[in-house]
Design a protein around this ligand. Structure first.
Ligand code: ZN
Length: 253
């Protein structure tokens, strides 16, 4: 059976409070050998690292999401301390979200830049969240000049994908790439070389075609993998093997 890594999930969310153990179990049965639990705020990042300490297949990432910046200034020192001492496998998710626009563009840029610089300083990869802000994201990445990271749930155009790849980042697609009308993400996926591709679910959000409308969970990563294998015209086993190796290398798992 092919082995997969779900490089981005939020199993700490309430949506899993009643059956979290069963979700991990189904993931194992589906061939998922590692899950990155991604923090979206100071508290969530602490919980992600705590989960990683107790669950063998889970690795934690610590980040301040662009929609969670209300207390950015007062939380920064504590966040930095957590990244330096809490043994995350990545800094993130961090980035820009102009869809929800919960903080000014300036604040989002500052938070993104500082998290990229922190990742660089401590020698960790980063996980980018970007919604409707691809040009600014690319400009900040270019300015900071550190590219050991991944843009998760990629939603940009083919041209954006090419720029992100040129900078040296990995690109990850979640379940929504399988939606019939999501031709933009599908076109972008075709531009990604297999050795830069990661798989993720972004559970509990965005369940792929086949499980659409249901709560998403790591075992569903297989649906996205099958879809991408067909789209990119590669064997499923090759895609599984390569994306798994990519995730292990990027996050040092
Ligand atoms: Zn996420």
């Amino acid at each position: 059976m092919p082995e997969y890594i779900d490089s981005h999930a939020h199993l700490n969310f309430d949506a899993f409070d009643n059956d979290r153990a069963a979700v991990y179990q189904r993931a194992r049965q589906a061939g998922i050998t590692a899950i990155i639990e991604v923090g979206v705020g100071l508290d969530g990042s602490r919980k992600a690292l705590a989960r990683a300490a107790e669950e063998e297949m889970v690795f934690g990432a610590a980040g301040l999401h662009p929609t969670e910046l209300d207390r950015f200034d007062e939380q920064w020192d504590e966040f930095e301390e957590l990244v330096r001492t809490g043994a995350p496998v990545a800094v993130g998710e961090c980035g820009l979200d102009y869809y929800w626009m919960k903080a000014t563009k300036e604040k989002q840029a500052e938070s993104f830049r500082r998290q990229l610089e922190l990742a660089r300083d401590v020698g960790l990869p980063f996980i980018v969240h970007c919604r409707d802000a691809d040009d600014d994201m690319i400009a900040i990445l270019r300015e900071v000049g550190y590219s050991r990271g991944v843009t998760h749930c990629f939603g940009g155009t083919c041209a954006h994908a090419e720029q992100v790849l040129e900078l040296g980042l990995h690109i990850s697609f979640c379940g929504n790439v399988t939606f019939r009308k999501n031709t933009q993400a599908q076109a972008a996926a075709k531009a990604v070389p297999l050795d830069r591709l990661l798989l993720e679910t972004d559970s509990p959000f965005l369940s792929p075609e086949g499980k659409r409308g249901k709560r998403n969970e790591p075992s569903h990563v297989v649906f996205t993998a099958r879809f991408l294998a067909e789209l990119m015209d590669v064997e499923l086993d090759t895609l599984a093997e390569t994306t798994t190796a990519n995730a292990r290398r990027l996050f040092d798992l």
